[in-house]
Design a protein around this ligand. Structure first.
Ligand SMILES: [Zn+2]
Length: 140
């Protein structure tokens, strides 16, 4: 079983691989800079409802808002360097560049988690190492 830190990192890494860096940035602004859900939503093309939903998931994963803040602060700059393995085809379909499958947006993250486990694990390890070494690039 994964620790709460790894659970959150994996969640962020899968989002990055899926090309949803706006969600990662939104979470960073919400937790680390304490911006309101409506401002964050506007900035990153999400709905307030979505921002609250993502934030809720994060708190569930880490068990506390404080812990979520600290992890996001140090992980976000690293995770945002991950290159997406997907390409958007239109507003509802995405192509996985690793296996060539075309998928509905909603199941992309599931696809990455199930079919491309090793790449997620590799990024998880390297992110944890970078965080440990405290090689954190300056703020976004
Ligand atoms: Zn794939």
């Amino acid at each position: 079983m994964k620790t709460s830190i790894e659970g959150l990192l994996e969640y962020l890494i899968v989002k990055a691989l899926a090309g949803k860096e706006n969600v990662i940035k939104a979470l960073m602004d919400y937790f680390v800079y304490s911006e309101s859900p409506s401002i964050v939503a506007l900035k990153y093309g999400l709905s307030k409802h979505q921002v609250r939903g993502y934030a809720q998931r994060i708190v569930e994963k880490t068990g506390s808002v404080t812990r979520a803040k600290v992890i996001l602060k140090y992980a976000t700059p690293i995770v945002l360097k991950i290159k997406p393995i997907t390409k958007k085809l239109n507003s509802s379909f995405i192509k996985c560049l690793l296996c060539g499958e075309e998928l509905p947006l909603q199941i992309v993250e599931d696809h990455i988690r199930k079919k491309h486990t090793s790449i997620v694990e590799d990024y998880l390890q390297s992110t944890v190492e970078l965080m440990r070494k405290n090689i954190v690039v300056d703020r976004l």
